[in-house]
Design a protein around this ligand. Structure first.
Ligand SMILES: C[C@H](N)C(=O)N[C@@H](Cc1c[nH]cn1)C(=O)O
Ligand SMILES: [Zn+2]
Ligand SMILES: [Zn+2]
Length: 496
């Protein structure tokens, strides 16, 4: 329940919050319908489901009264050469009043893969409520927050209230696969769709804690690498060839092992050279942030962190690069034993980027390092290193009115000030929006730290989904007030 003391909530807010409370089962029904679509953008076989999801989202926006344009992005090529159509991007618009602020909301309706056998307690594509939590793939990443924003706009429409701001929507279906094609579209729309946008809001990340709301002003980028080692065109019997050849998987394991040491320090020469130096002021900022290490450990089911203090952990999550190894394609991974020497294996790893790392420099450093390690092995196998995906980090100015409005809205709904946080994960579009539109960007998460994005048993709590809807509605009112004030102040300054 939103706190509704007359000092913190206006009569209008109370009317809006009441509508949201009364209609919560409708909002959950909508989320159930969206979660039921297996819109997994990672697996090519499920692309048609992503297409179906885009159509559903477009219909939902049209029902709000928005003008909806489904922009075709063409196709992309898979590693085997097959061409696969990209889902269209939704560009939606509601309201064109030049006296009002125009706020553009970004979200995605594709999801990470999920199978019940991965260890889910419930079917990942059937939204199931247990003890106040709504479990399902995409519940928090990112279908729930996208719907919460739509529910908030819907509330104004249903109550026949004037829209406090103009709305624009950018909804995509390829975020989990690297937002393919999106940057080009944003560039092309700079002078058109984005010409009158004042503020950009993304709600595609989580709070730092399970209970305390947060606003996010920075995120890391990501450079994703594939390192391929091949000995020939077919797999070999390890009894016939084992011991007499350079095995690709042995080469690959040595290469992957050279990347990061047991303390978490990346071993690629030069990788830390351009990382922005930590100022004393920034270090102090980290001291004042509330962060419960035990809670974070429990959320991930982790026994021990590499670092012992809150400050070190936050620094290594938010403003230092990290390297993670994700998997090996081509290696035998089924249960049981197969005495095979795989002919071609591809290692996958990524390096999270922070200001002021440069993606092309990082790529060169990685290639040089891996080629150097490989050459010392005197292996006749072939080595190929590629960087199929590169996203830049993003950092915003928290003094922008956008943050002020959201902070007030959060205080009204959740009864406390938000944490101002950065995020260790990546939302490629944040930096794209900032660079292309030159407008202020803010991340306004409504999911809690224990929501389990990308993991088994992903969830959003009913509380966060419904109070998040209220927080978005309150934010529209706050932003409208602040924007009006800014216009009036600038008019006074012009007249003087
Ligand atoms: C935070 C967001 N919901 C997310 O999960 N983003 C992905 C994007 C990505 C980065 N590299 C490849 N995909 C992430 O941070 O892993
Ligand atoms: Zn997401
Ligand atoms: Zn995600």
């Amino acid at each position: 329940m939103a706190r509704m003391s007359s000092s913190s909530s206006s009569v209008l807010e109370m009317e809006i919050f009441k509508y949201i409370d009364v209609h919560q089962s409708d909002f959950i029904k909508d989320l159930k319908e969206w979660v039921a679509v297996e819109s997994d953008s990672v697996q090519p076989a499920l692309r048609k489901e992503v297409m179906r999801m885009m159509a559903l989202a477009a219909d939902r926006l049209s029902a709000l009264g928005a003008t909806v344009n489904l922009v075709n992005l063409g196709s992309h090529q898979l590693p085997d050469g097959e061409d696969l159509p990209l889902p269209p991007v939704i560009l939606g618009e509601l309201g064109k009043d030049t006296q009002k602020a125009t706020v553009c909301f970004y979200g995605h309706v594709d999801v990470q893969p999920a199978k019940k056998e991965d260890g889910w307690k419930t079917d990942p594509y059937t939204l199931t409520e247990i003890n106040g939590n709504l479990y399902g793939r995409g519940a928090t990443d990112n279908k729930g927050p996208v719907l919460a924003w739509i529910n908030a706009v819907e509330t104004f429409r249903a109550l026949k209230l004037a829209m406090p701001v103009n709305f624009k929507f950018v909804i995509e279906g390829m975020e989990e696969a690297g937002s393919l094609g999106l940057e080009k579209l944003l560039q092309e729309e700079k002078q058109y769709f984005f010409s009158d946008v004042d503020y950009i809001v993304i709600s595609d990340n989580l709070w730092l804690s399970n209970k305390k709301p947060a606003l996010t002003y920075g995120s890391r980028g990501n450079a994703c690498f594939c390192v391929e080692v091949e000995c020939g065109s077919k797999d070999l019997h390890s009894g016939t060839f084992g011991g007499i050849i350079h095995e690709p998987l042995t080469d690959l394991i040595a290469l992957l092992d050279s990347l990061v040491d047991p303390t978490g320090r990346i071993q690629i020469p030069g990788i830390y050279d351009s990382v922005a130096a930590l100022t004393e002021e920034e270090r102090k900022l980290y001291e004042s942030i509330e962060f419960d290490l035990e809670e974070h450990k429990n959320n991930g089911g982790v026994k021990k962190f590499l670092y012992g203090t809150k400050e070190e952990i936050l620094l290594h999550l938010w403003r230092y690069p990290s390297l993670s190894i994700h998997g090996i394609e081509g290696a035998f991974h089924e249960p049981g034993i197969k005495t095979v020497i795989p002919a071609k294996v591809i290692g996958k790893f990524s390096i999270r980027q922070v200001p002021h790392m440069d993606l092309s420099v990082v790529k060169q450093q990685v290639v040089e390092h891996l080629e150097g390690v490989f050459s010392k092995r005197n292996s006749p196998n072939t080595l190929k290193v590629s960087m199929p995906l590169g996203a830049k980090p993003w950092l915003a100015d928290v003094n922008d009115p956008l943050y002020k409005a959201a902070r007030r809205a959060i205080k009204t709904v959740f009864g406390e000030d938000p944490d101002f946080i950065r995020d260790g994960s990546t939302i490629p579009v944040a930096r794209m929006f900032q660079t292309i539109t030159q407008k202020s960007v803010m991340m306004f998460p409504i999911g809690a730290a224990d929501d389990g994005e990308h993991s088994q048993n992903e969830k959003i709590s009913r509380h966060n989904y419904i109070e998040g809807t209220k927080a978005f509605a309150a934010f529209f009112l706050e932003l409208s007030k602040l924007h009006q004030h800014l216009i009036e102040t600038s008019n006074i300054e012009t007249n003087n």
